[in-house]
Design a protein around this ligand. Structure first.
Ligand code: SF4
Ligand code: FES
Length: 383
């Protein structure tokens, strides 16, 4: 539905009628607003697209566009808003966006690298109603953290984390895990405890975009992962984090894939800085996936009706072995972006699954871990 057309009827979601899919489309729960792809950091596992600096993304949505998206999202039932990037603090209208989102009743989370968070800015965000701050830290030690970030940033991140706690926000610390920091997982957890984080996210690197380019440099050994998982379990037993420790598994070492995004088009909407609405942050890599922009289409139409969100929703699209697998509504066939990136077919079973005909690719990568020393390809825009 274009923006100037009447809204669709609620009755058309989910299908009882002939020709409609049997799958009932759920309402979205969270919106990830990628406010900008600009960022001072250069992490080699950045989730932004490889062409993040192209003219396509330099035309960022304006304040009014974002406010309309937030309002539409709330009307659809969205409860959680992630203000992400790049570095969302680079948006001068961030306080206004937070204030309006709060007025709508959205629970707001700022996902930041923390390096440009000042006391004044943090206070203004608090007054605007911001609920929760997630700060990424690359390692427990300054030199190693700065090496991964590609710039000197560790001290500023620590200062930002302390500021966030002093002002009474809920604080989550995000650590992306890989071969170069997994051996320090206990130190990482200690740092999180010292900084009084309410919650910690320990996410093993997922290999899309920049991370896929850097896969050989980042992928850990099985021994590292076994020790890390034990350390995480020990920390979970100590129960120091009020909101817990989230450990995102390294799917290259798993038997089955993760239910990426909890299933395509089931819980989350991502809106890129240029206004394209996507089912996940990486979906732009899938060729022939038509993308719809919130400047032209309502969020409701994009979610319920667009071919983008319906392309891999439910199970009707699945091929074998997923189609007849008893786990098809557990992991939804894994990750569509990973399926495309590794097998050139976004409808294929995620090669992480041991039942996938392309699983040998994962095995080959695993078996080659640590054989060569590879330097990082840092995030940078290559025109
Ligand atoms: Fe999941 Fe498909 Fe593998 Fe079954 S075959 S476990 S549905 S990825
Ligand atoms: Fe796109 Fe998994 S990252 S479906």
């Amino acid at each position: 539905m274009k923006m100037d057309e009447p809204p669709r009827s609620q009755g058309s979601q989910g299908g009882e009628e002939e020709g409609e899919k049997s799958f009932v489309v759920p309402r979205p729960f969270s919106l990830v607003a990628e406010l900008t792809y600009q960022c001072p950091l250069r992490c080699p596992y950045c989730s932004n697209p490889l062409d993040y600096g192209s003219s396509e993304y330099k035309r960022e949505l304006g304040t009014e566009d974002w406010l309309r998206v937030f309002s539409q999202a709330r009307q659809m039932g969205v409860l959680q808003l992630g203000l992400s990037g790049g570095e969302p603090l680079l948006r001068k209208d961030l306080e206004l966006l937070v204030e309006k989102a709060t007025d709508l009743g959205l629970y707001t989370t700022l996902v930041t690298a923390g390096t440009i968070l000042t006391l004044e800015r943090a206070k203004r965000l608090r007054e605007a109603g911001l609920d929760h701050v997630q700060i990424s830290i690359q390692d427990s030690r300054a030199a190693e953290s700065d090496r991964i970030a590609g710039i000197k940033s560790f001290d500023k991140k620590i200062a930002a984390a302390k500021l966030v706690k002093e002002l009474g926000f809920a604080l989550t610390l995000n650590f992306v895990l890989h071969r170069h920091n997994l051996d320090r997982i206990e130190e990482i957890l200690e740092l999180a405890e010292v900084l009084e984080a309410d919650r910690v996210e320990l996410a093993n690197t997922q290999y899309y975009g920049w991370a896929l380019q850097n896969r050989n440099a980042l992928i850990p050994t099985r021994e590292q992962l076994v020790k890390a998982e034990q350390a995480v379990m020990n920390a979970q037993k100590r129960r120091k984090m009020p909101m817990g420790i989230l450990y995102v598994i390294p799917d290259y070492y798993a038997e089955y894939p993760k239910p990426c995004m909890s299933g395509w088009g089931q819980r989350t909407l991502v809106v890129a800085p240029n206004g394209n609405a996507l089912p996940c942050q990486a979906a732009g890599v899938i060729p022939n996936l038509e993308l719809f922009n919130i400047k032209e289409y309502s969020l409701e139409w994009i979610w319920f009706e667009s071919p983008t969100f319906n392309r891999f929703r439910g199970t009707d699209w699945m091929l074998e072995p997923c189609r007849s697998c008893e786990r098809r509504e557990v992991d939804w066939g894994g990750c569509r972006c990973q399926a495309f990136l590794l097998s050139q077919d976004a409808s294929a079973t995620d090669p992480v699954c041991h039942l996938s005909p392309n699983h040998h690719q994962i095995v080959t990568v695993r078996e080659g871990v640590g054989e060569e020393v590879v330097s990082f390809a840092y995030r940078q825009f290559n025109s």
